[in-house]
Design a protein around this ligand. Structure first.
Ligand code: R5P
Length: 310
């Protein structure tokens, strides 16, 4: 087995490599002055089972091209199998036509990854589970839920928690989270009048006197969480924290979160956090490296991946 990383999340890749006790394969992944990307694998990979680690996070297009070009280089170097390990799958929110004459970019990206030469995909908390079907190659969609539940259980500082889905689309995810920690479930009725803007219409469930835990796949501008936190506190919630898999945190969202009434934001390291994020007192980061590492080990050994979630 060989592990190789592109540039989007070297910290996570290093942690995965440490977990597997397997050195990262030496490769040069450079950008020329005209922004073209060049990749050279500096070790023999002929006949190897190779795992390429790359989140297609910001800058999404550059990171996607790095992944595609690295897979192409590996395919031409006669590897036996290539698994694209994509902890955060960018473009996932464009998973359907929302209007006339719009693309389904999540499908296009899946096509690009397959066409470049990937034999399988390992990813985490896809925005919509159906995106697995956009790939005609085996795709394992891991969930970060065990890492989050373990954190809540270890800290044991939440009594009578109320898990809250910040929108109707996230109810299935939030319900399974609530079930795992034995909590009740509330739902925020969110409206998006335009892309990047969210409004809370109603809270479904009685959150008065409760410590609320918002659960979602993505925090991008932070608007969804910050607005939900205001509404929950107005309805009598005593504390509001959030557990989110992918901290997209665009446009310095962390500043918005720091100023918000939300007490804590917990994200996973599927996207490499910036210095600004690391410095934030309201942000805590959980590592999914052991979970992804174990999944990689199981794929390499042809063992069950779903067993990880039993
Ligand atoms: C939407 O369906 C997602 O699950 C997230 O709620 C959304 O992407 C968060 O975006 P923002 O932080 O910009 O409100």
């Amino acid at each position: 087995m060989k592990l190789i990383t592109c540039n989007a999340n070297r910290l996570l890749a290093t942690e995965i490599a440490d977990h597997l006790d397997c050195a990262l394969t030496d490769a040069d992944i450079k950008t020329f002055s005209d922004n073209e990307i060049f990749v050279r694998i500096n070790e023999n990979v002929r006949g190897e089972d190779v795992f390429v680690i790359q989140s297609t996070s910001r800058p999404a297009n550059d990171n996607l091209m790095e992944l595609l070009i690295t897979i192409d280089a590996l395919r031409r170097a006669s590897t036996s199998r290539i698994t694209a390990v994509i902890p955060y799958y960018g473009y996932a929110r464009q998973d359907r036509k929302t209007d006339g004459r719009t693309p389904i970019s999540a499908k296009l990206v899946a096509n690009l990854i397959s066409t470049s030469g990937a034999d399988r995909v390992l990813t985490m908390d896809l925005h919509a589970g159906q995106i697995q079907g956009f790939f005609d190659i085996p795709t394992d969609n891991m969930v970060a839920l065990p890492v989050m539940v373990d954190d809540i259980t270890r800290r044991n500082d939440v009594s009578k928690p109320m898990v809250v889905s910040p929108d109707v689309g996230g109810v299935v995810r939030a319900r399974s989270f609530a079930k795992r920690i034995g909590a009740d479930l509330a739902i925020v009725d969110k409206r998006r009048p335009e892309a990047g803007v969210s409004e809370v219409m109603n809270i479904i469930g009685d959150v008065s006197g409760r410590k609320c835990i918002l659960v979602d796949d993505i925090c991008d501008s932070g608007g969804t969480l910050c607005n939900a936190a205001i509404a929950l506190k107005e309805q009598g919630a005593t504390a509001v924290s959030a557990y989110i898999t992918h901290g997209v945190l665009s446009n310095h969202a962390i500043k918005r979160i720091e100023k918000s009434v939300m007490d804590e934001l917990v994200i996973c390291n599927t996207i490499q956090p910036s210095e600004e994020e690391l410095a934030s007192k309201k942000l805590r980061i959980l590592s999914v490296a052991p979970l992804l590492g174990e999944a990689i080990r199981r794929i390499a050994n042809n063992e069950s991946v779903s067993k990880l979630f039993d």
